[in-house]
Write a protein that binds this ligand. Structure first.
Ligand code: MSP
Length: 637
């Protein structure tokens, strides 16, 4: 009989920055799910990767003077490094710049064109560049561009020719689908926001851009590139062979995906647009979406743009990666937002991992081997206390399975920890250090019951802390081979295993002293609030007059200035002001510039300093000038 298959995906991460603990969270969830499925005997496939096209990335690349490809390439190694560090067992790391992906996207678009689901028209409206989304409603009172409903930032007005997907034609089918599949979105209450969005009326979706060139060329019309969200969502099918006739079998083996893991911010794309595209392409829909909340810092979403990110590499150096995996799965219910806190992490490590679990193993193994009980033979008859522990173990396995099925990781772990403490109470209550001297048969029984319990605990915990649990099992002479009978074999009616004990290095180190007061942005609070006088002196600020100003044809953002610094000479300085000002508005004005900034190249041109600006709420920069004219080159003190 062929094995059951399970295909799980993470969202693909924007290739604009290194991963942080928030992005790690989606990936750990998917990894735990994959490993849990392996324990159930499923044939699994786990896909992750990076989202590398679009205006946001092109702009970020331009800001640092790199080509988009160079820019995204520089982050890929960082993602892979973090995933390896955290023992993420992915099968494929897809990049939307991969040729097989690009081909698959074009194939899907061509199919939708052939089916008459795509047409050309003019799009007029508002666009949120950071979110890469169109915003339809305008603020009627102020007549200003509206704020993006997703991120709250100001949108920009655009009018462009575009291809549209007939999303409006799919509203009824989508609603019908949600009704027939009440478990499509987990947690189930999240489906309400999706349903009301569809019920409020779906507009056709603009799916191409002519203002961006960094993307997948639209089939038969390369002036247009495919809208980045269509491009990105397709990764779930292109990765397993969509669009490649040679890979038909592979595609049919894995599609539809069993689970897409994603954060709550991107639910609409996955629960509305993605199913509609698939319906249009006559492909089956994914079976389920697991929507998780946000990792926050002081109730704010952790994100690069807020500058409150925690670096997973630093974290793994200070603690260890698998303890962090445990903490994230145990501390924060998957359906809610939760605050990351070093205090909580340290508490979980010391209390749950070192004291409750690590110590139990250590005490038992040290005591048994000290009394030459290295080989623990099966027990013939069990005491009532051991039988009670065995009965409890059976109940816990069932409860754990039930919670894992619903992706209630925190509840599964809480239930398991209750059992760990029962095993601790049993072990301690039997006073095995006395039995070792007085009643070797009973001593053997206590050690065996503890080993059986630890075996079950370690197998159940393997998806959360794989290497630690392999080490634990190694200490009692058990090897783990995730397969169809793994969980089943835990549900033995009797405990009849043989164990071979071995001392191993401490599994989890207790934290006697807090390691780090604050990991956020890897600065302590004090350092963040105060600059030292040395920091201030280091920055050389000088006044200069702009003598020439021009726009640069290759850039929508930059203006190029010649700035006169008196006796110190004239310098070329680039600044991101073009979206807001005409070059002539600056001629003859005095500004303040960072004079000792390392020169850097943008679009092949050197910028030899940086203009100071003050930005308003809408992001409009305003040049900073001295109140009255001073000699060019004057240094600020
Ligand atoms: N590129 C899109 C996804 C395309 S999928 C076809 C994207 N990328 S992202 O890098 O911004 O986010 C990727 C995932 O990381 C999302 O699921 C998002 O919710 C998650 N997280 C990013 N920051 C997070 C937290 N602070 N907390 C939890 N998850 C968060 O969106």
């Amino acid at each position: 009989m062929s094995k059951q298959t399970f295909y799980v995906t993470t969202p693909i991460y924007y290739g604009t920055a290194r991963p942080h603990v928030g992005s790690l969270y989606s990936t750990i969830i998917a990894d735990v799910v994959k490993r849990w499925q392996k324990l159930q005997g499923a044939d699994t496939y786990f896909l992750t990767g990076t989202d590398e096209h679009g205006q946001k990335i092109a702009q970020a690349a331009e800001n640092v003077g790199k080509t988009p490809q160079e820019f995204v390439d520089s982050f890929i190694a960082a993602y892979k490094e973090v995933w390896n560090l955290y023992h993420i067992d992915y099968n494929q790391f897809i990049r939307t710049t991969d040729p097989h992906h690009i081909k698959g996207v074009q194939e899907l678009i061509s199919k939708l064109v052939r089916r008459g689901d795509i047409y050309k028209a003019t799009y007029e409206g508002w666009y949120c560049t950071p979110c890469e989304t169109h915003v339809t409603q305008m603020d009627k009172t102020t007549k200003k561009s509206p704020l993006c409903p997703s991120c709250g930032r100001q949108t920009v007005a655009i009018a462009e020719e575009s291809y549209f997907f007939k999303l409006s034609a799919y509203a009824d089918r989508l609603l019908q689908f949600y009704k027939e599949h009440p478990d499509f979105v987990l947690p189930s209450e999240r489906i309400n926001e999706v349903t009301s969005f569809v019920e409020s009326g779906l507009k056709d979706l603009s799916i191409s851009r002519t203002t961006v060139s960094w993307g997948v060329p639209f089939p038969n019309d390369p002036e247009h590139v495919v809208y980045v969200w269509v491009d990105a969502l397709c990764n779930y099918i292109t990765a397993i062979g969509y669009g490649d006739p040679q890979k038909k079998e592979l595609f049919e083996k894995w599609w539809p995906a069993n689970l897409h893991v994603l954060g709550k911010d991107i639910i609409r794309f996955h629960a509305v647009y993605w199913p509609a595209f698939l319906m249009a392409a006559e492909l089956p829909l994914p079976k389920q979406l697991l929507v998780h909340g946000w990792i926050q810092i002081d109730k704010q979403k952790m994100s690069k743009s807020r500058g409150n990110v925690v670096d997973p590499v630093e974290l793994a150096k200070l603690y260890d990666a698998e303890s962090v995996r445990y903490y994230l799965m145990r501390q924060i219910p998957v359906n809610t937002d939760g605050d990351y806190s070093t205090g909580d992490l340290e508490h979980r490590i010391t209390s749950d991992l070192a004291n409750d679990l690590g110590n139990l193993l250590n005490r038992m193994v040290v005591l048994a081997t000290k009394h030459q009980l290295d080989e623990v033979a099966p027990v013939d008859s069990w005491s009532e206390q051991a039988l009670a522990l065995h009965r409890e173990a059976q109940i816990v396995i069932e409860a754990y399975q039930e919670h894992m099925k619903q992706y209630e990781f925190h509840l599964a772990l809480a239930r398991l920890w209750k059992f760990i403490n029962q095993v601790n109470a049993y072990f301690h209550g039997q006073e095995p250090w006395k039995l070792a001297k007085q009643n070797s048969e009973q001593f053997h029984q206590v050690v065996s019951a503890t080993c059986h319990s630890l075996r079950m605990i370690a197998v159940l915990l393997w998806p959360i802390m794989p290497e630690k649990m392999i080490a634990l099992l190694n200490s009692i002479g058990v090897a783990i081979e995730p397969g169809s009978d793994t969980i089943q074999s835990l549900k033995l009616t009797i405990w009849d295993q043989r164990f071979v004990l071995k001392r191993i290095p401490t599994l989890f180190q207790k934290l006697e002293e807090p390691k780090e007061k604050k990991m956020v942005g890897s600065e302590t609070q004090e350092e963040k609030t105060y600059a030292t006088i040395d920091d201030v002196i280091k920055v050389e600020l000088r006044v200069g007059t702009i003598t020439e100003a021009q726009s640069i044809s290759e850039s929508k953002k930059l203006l190029k200035f010649q700035v006169d610094f008196g006796e110190l000479g004239t310098r070329q300085i680039l600044a991101g002001l073009r979206a807001w000002y005409e070059p002539d508005e600056f001629i003859g004005k005095q500004g303040i510039f960072i004079f000792n900034l390392k020169p850097r190249k943008m679009l092949g041109m050197e910028s030899q300093g940086m203009m100071l600006v003050a930005q308003d709420k809408e992001g409009r920069p305003s040049m900073v000038s001295p109140v009255s004219v001073v000699p060019n080159g004057t240094r600020l003190s």
